[in-house]
Write a protein that binds this ligand. Sequence first.
Ligand code: AMP
Length: 226
Amino acid sequence: MIPGARLIVLGKQGAGKGTQCVRLSRHYVIPHIATGDMLRAAVKKRTRLGEEARRYMDAGELVPDEVLLQMVSDRLDQDDTKERGFVLDGFPRTVHQAEALDLILEPAGVDLVVNLVVSTQIVLRRLASRRVCMDCGANYSVSAPPRIGWICDVCGGEVVQREDDTEGAIKRRLDLYEKQTAPLVARYRRLGKLAAVRGDGPADAVTERLVKAVDERRVPRAGGWP
Ligand code: AMP
């Protein structure tokens, strides 16, 4: 298989984007770019960006575009993404961010935008039991914990419940998703870029559905994109 793909994964918080994006990243040998993970790393390192982003994140609100767009554009400008592509997780989240992304990616654009569809009832259940690695962002749950204690299998970091996985912040994020991110689904459908993939059931079955959808649309390019 020739590696490479340019993908966006949309879906409510708790739809399984994080887990599935890691799998897509391994399958197609592409960087997994998760804006939430990048922001949490900045908060942990106490950089200026992190200090600025923190209060929005704790409240379950969107970090302002001035802060975010430069971070994403710098990441997409690196050699690995230019040569092999990327899977974007948690970005874009608004129509304005999608328009900014179009400009960053001109002229090639993305291969496919996947909407990972899961009912609100299921995501609420998943979010309540979700646990994440503070260092690398790997996802676990109360029913699928790391092998030893709450220590990450991938990097040895501490696995915790996210500070914004409280009931109030979850509700706020789901409301925001409906208002600001759901319109992106219609936008990418109109542009002929969207595939809806069911996100319920075992993780392996979801990955299979995703790979099938991506393979139907992917344009592998040895040597990168224009
Ligand atoms: P996530 O891990 O994707 O749920 O993101 C965690 C938090 O980071 C969100 O609740 C936002 O505060 C912030 N965040 C992540 N991605 C974005 C984005 N594309 N635009 C604005 N804020 C974001």
